[in-house]
Ligand binder design. Structure first.
Ligand SMILES: [Fe+2]
Length: 302
């Protein structure tokens, strides 16, 4: 049973990425009471089946009091299987994740509501799942299997998407709400994805938040996006692209503030994946996020 109130408050974190790993560790080694990094998120699949020496870095962060929380990209909860998830899931992936989780002892795990594996092949892309009842059942079955397998709470992340593939039977928020309720799981709300989708699919981002079951929000992602993509894709009517490679826009911060007014969250993550600036700029952005968290009474323990 999903019990948000039993989950600890982890405060503010940063995505641990190879390009900024050294700076992140140096920052934590020299940290003061004003530290902006209380935990780290890793892309879980990047840390499985690695030699022990390559996992030492995770232990170093943990030894310095920084929990590591995994975020997956290949659990493919949108994939429909001919037989049960238990018989069809990639056992090598699951066993690799289990070994990793033994090491980092995470409070939860997560992945996007998307499809990344078809007929045993990984697509290396987050393919959107159609907003139809059949998809709800598929996603719910997969989540229930994964929670049973890992004995951990699972969070679904709302992904960014650029097409809806087939005619939807419900709205995006109805779709996510049904999954949350039927799977009895938590939500990893990416506020940048909300903003990107709202602009690209012409709906109001705040109304979208109002229509979501935000009480299940455990974790938040906040990130930047690319706005001048329209020049390249003008015929496809796309306006912005979810890149995690730009500074966070004011409109996304506004959505984040709005969210914090509406519900308590247990962890907030700055998700920077590409086009890395000077590390001091990342820290400045984190400091701004921390300030917003303080203003909304979300406790930030140092
Ligand atoms: Fe995200």
């Amino acid at each position: 049973m999903f019990e948000k109130n039993k989950l600890k408050n982890y405060g503010l974190g940063l995505g641990l990425r190879t390009a900024i790993q050294k700076e992140t560790l140096n920052y934590i080694k020299a940290e003061t009471a004003e530290s902006c990094i209380q935990w780290l998120e890793i892309v879980a699949e990047n840390y499985i089946y690695k030699p022990k020496a390559q996992l030492e870095i995770l232990k170093e962060f943990m030894d310095r009091g920084k929990p590591i929380i995994p975020h997956s990209v290949n659990l493919s909860i949108g994939t429909a299987y001919k037989s049960s998830p238990r018989e069809s899931y990639d056992r090598r992936l699951l066993d690799g994740l289990k070994d990793l989780f033994k090491l980092i002892q995470p409070p939860w795990f997560s992945d996007h509501v998307s499809c990344t594996r078809i007929n045993g092949f990984y697509l290396q892309e987050l393919i959107p799942v159609p907003f139809i009842k059949e998809s709800v059942d598929t996603v719910v079955d997969n989540i229930k299997f994964l929670e049973d397998e890992f004995q951990l709470p699972f969070l679904i992340e709302n992904p960014s998407y650029y097409s809806t593939l087939i005619k939807p039977e419900m709205t995006e928020s109805e779709f996510l709400n049904e999954i949350l309720e039927k799977a009895d799981c938590g939500l990893l709300l990416d506020v940048n994805n909300v903003y990107v989708n709202a602009l690209n699919h012409s709906y109001n981002a705040m109304e979208f938040l109002n229509s979501l079951d935000l009480s299940r929000t455990v974790q938040v992602h906040i990130a930047g996006h690319l706005e001048d993509y329209q020049a390249h894709l003008s015929k496809r009517h796309l306006k912005i692209l979810d890149t995690h490679g730009e500074v966070i826009k004011e409109e996304v911060f506004a959505l984040f503030k709005y969210l914090l007014e509406k519900t308590e969250v247990k962890a907030v993550l700055l998700e920077r994946d590409s086009n890395f600036p000077e590390f001091s700029n990342i820290i400045s952005e984190l400091a701004h996020v921390k300030q917003l968290m303080k203003e909304s009474s979300l406790i930030v323990n140092n």
